[in-house]
Design a protein around this ligand. Structure first.
Ligand code: DX5
Ligand code: ZN
Length: 234
């Protein structure tokens, strides 16, 4: 039985970039609730994707809510650029607020971890987004413990749980993410999104654990029938 309270967000990272407009119109028609836009900087994530030059035309093409997932360092320097694109939500990483210096060799390791968070800066930035009409979402990497989120959970609209290491679509789901979703749900009543390796086999476990938005790139865009694939996640 499908659950219409569960939102499905389509990550365009696995769309056909030579036919992006067409893919977006198809996925909108198939019933996706929002579009997820994976922005990467070759730094917080070991890959480079796209930014405002792609997001602006996407904004003019679709009425779907846009969620910019900023896998970038120093996200605060770029908030205005994404606000100006007309996105509704900005999800950014708690790992970008870690006070420990970043070793460049770590960029290509599993993924960054937050242990020593600059909460004053983080709270200031959450407030900045809200005052600009943006829903702030705090994002957490697989190897960061969920308890670093606790001091700011009452300030954000959503938590985005990364269930793969940031960088690429098509990776395998990290099973321990389900328990992390459940731990966060015990302290948070807002939207919990899961991103990475989501498919029809783990969707029910994730929503059972408290996830309310399932993000998918490869499972959705490789499906022969987008509507059936979206429905299979709900
Ligand atoms: C990973 C991105 C994800 C990715 C999901 O760095 O944040 O949004 O596109 O891709 P799939 O669903 O294929 O794992
Ligand atoms: Zn993402």
């Amino acid at each position: 039985m499908s659950n219409n309270n569960i939102k499905v967000s389509a990550s365009i990272l696995s769309a056909d970039f030579l036919n992006l407009g067409n893919d977006i119109q198809k996925i909108e028609k198939a019933g996706a609730n929002s579009l997820h836009l994976d922005v990467m900087d070759n730094h917080l994530a070991p890959s480079l994707s796209f930014g405002p030059p792609i997001i602006k035309p996407v904004r003019s093409l679709t009425k779907l809510p846009l969620d910019a997932h900023l896998m970038i360092d120093a996200p605060w320097m770029f908030f205005d650029a994404y606000i100006n694109c007309g996105v509704e939500e900005i999800c950014f990483h708690i790992e970008a607020y870690d006070k420990n210096p970043v070793n460049h060799a770590d960029i290509t390791s599993e993924s960054r971890v937050a242990t020593n968070v600059d909460y004053a800066k983080l709270e200031n930035d959450i407030y900045y987004l809200k005052t600009n009409g943006i829903k702030p979402g705090i994002t957490i990497n697989p190897n960061t413990n969920y308890d670093v989120l606790l001091p700011i959970l009452n300030q954000v609209d959503s938590v985005l749980v990364m269930s793969v290491h940031p960088g690429f679509s098509g990776q395998s789901f990290i099973v321990s993410s389900t328990k992390k979703v459940n731990n966060i749900r015990n302290s948070f009543s807002g939207d919990i999104k899961v991103d990475g390796g989501v498919n029809n086999k783990n969707a029910k476990l994730l929503t059972g654990a408290g996830a309310t938005t399932l993000i998918s790139a490869s499972y959705l865009f490789s499906a022969p029938d987008y509507k059936a694939a979206i429905d299979s996640l709900r």
